[in-house]
Design a protein around this ligand. Sequence first.
Ligand code: ARG
Length: 680
Amino acid sequence: MSEFDEKALLERTSKAELEAKSIEAELDKLTNGDLSSAVDSRLDQLLQENEKLKHRLAIIENAIKAESNLTPGLESRKRPKLITDISSVEGNVCLLDELKNIFEIAITSAYPNLVDPPIVLTLSGNNPKFGDYQCNSAMPISHLLKSMNVSTNPREVANNILNKTPTSPLIERIEVAGAGFLNIYLNKKFAEHVLNCILQYGVRPPPVKRERVIVDFSSPNIAKEMHVGHLRSTIIGDSICRILEFLNHDVLRLNHLGDWGTQFGMLIAHLQDQFPDYKTCSPPISDLQAFYKESKKRFDEDEEFKKRAYSCVVQLQSGQPDYIAAWKLICEVSRREFQKIYDRLDIRIIDRGESFYQSRMDAVVKELKDSGFLEEDEGRLIMWGDPVTHEGIPLTVVKSDGGYTYDTSDITAIKQRVDEEKGDRFIYVTDAGQYTHFVTIDACARRAGILKNSQKIEHVGFGVVLGEDKKKFKTRSGDTVKLIELLDEGLKRSLDKLVEKGRDKVLTPEELKKAQEAVAYGCIKYADLSHNRVNDYVFSFDKMLDDKGNTAVYLLYAVTRIRSIARNAQVSETKLLEEAMKSGFKLEHVTEWKLGKVLLRFPEVILKVANDLYLHSLCEYLYEISSTFTEFYDKCYCIQKDKSGNIVDISYERLMLCEVTAKVMEKCLEILGIKTVSKM
Ligand code: ARG
């Protein structure tokens, strides 16, 4: 229905309404007066007419309602506001989103009758023949129209869209190509302006609606080892927090420590025997894991000890001060060990272990019980996500001995995160093996009305870490690898590498140490983040310390090299800014233009990653910047020297491009939690 049709219908409706009203008024008058037979028959006539009009009015009203449902373009859909003026744009504009807005307008005005037409925009491939971006909506729209018996073809649709496309300062030109592709070529002036903004104001986040995001990550278990799986969770989780914080979200970084449960009974019982005066002086449990193993052994072999361990749990859970003191002590020793890892890797996180939910668990269990969600099963109380199909596995909310479980603390935690923390997003970073657990928590939380509507649990799963032999990651002697030792080995190997390259002769001891740490921790993080997290990944120091290929070492070198270009030309940042104010950017050479366009994609890459939480796309982008920079640097001189090495010419425009490249790369590395160094 066209806008014109709708107007006509509305006019008819209000006319009918008026008519009906006036008849009703006449009727009112008549029924109040003296009724002759003539009046009587006139009344009947009018009553009939009134009924008819009411009927017509209802039909017209329904038709309008139905029509407006069909054409959201007219009522519910808000026309996006477009960029009309280059100077109103800043460095943080997301080109892809703006192009989507432009084509949404084009498509809805070319085809106003289509409900939610597909707005398909993608980056074009490497072939410059296909433009920079493509709108690929014509094919599915043509398909849709054909199914509605409209005879058309994709090229015709593409041309219709093109005719309705509003002009935009982003776009230089659009071509219809092949089967109905719309190839979009970006406007260089626009790109130059955006890059200039980045140079002036730094790399800023694209604007988004601020959300409260709870990220549950790292989360090792007290007294047990923090293994490579926890290392992955720590690295991935921290990077997720960083990207969300960069977008100005309100992020709560939570360490859901395994700090509560029956194993504490045996730990406390063992502590009582080994360090009877633990209450007054801190026992030297330097190796808490060994301590855990000893107590476990006693628990399995010694009936007496086992009984005592159980009674310790009861005492602990009822809040007996001595037992709480012992428990706190054990947690403290463990936390100190974890903190060493966090400090080295520069991870901020707030401890909020399972014990935090202790009192809340009682309330939640009661609530679930009272609402009839819990079923008895061999003495346990369980809850199904779907009580009818019994699909998947149920949560064990209360064990047969009355104790709580991992499930109980997680269903309670999600309630706390929704009700008290007022979260908008709930992210959990654990190994893929816990996928079903979180699906069940989500389903049960939904069933219990804890999660509403679009609220959901986002499980960020990842694969296992393998050794170079593709088997479970172990030391040569077959023991599990201690994380601290792993980090130490990283440090040693990174130093070897730097020395091998003779860097110890060029750098000061402080510079060398900084480079050593940046390389060691950077390479461990990057190796993890640059692989699609759902896959298993092979841990190999040799590969991650390689200075060729998509590695942290390669990227760190690339950034220092780019930084050194301006340094060698002795051009300060202030000087560059002055030049930029004067002449702005000029992306003349094809490789300059290509690099410029890659840099412009930063906001769209960030928004995608913040949404799907796949960090390897950010790593791929970083690598793409670096290789596009190399192409540019090979072809375009930034400074020219004469035979005796004196600088004879400086291209400020190109140095500006170097500067923006370094800035964007540094921001990406920062989001990945990788420290850059000015020299290495
Ligand atoms: N402590 C658990 C483990 O080591 C991870 C906890 C993840 N977070 C959660 N809310 N369940 O496997």
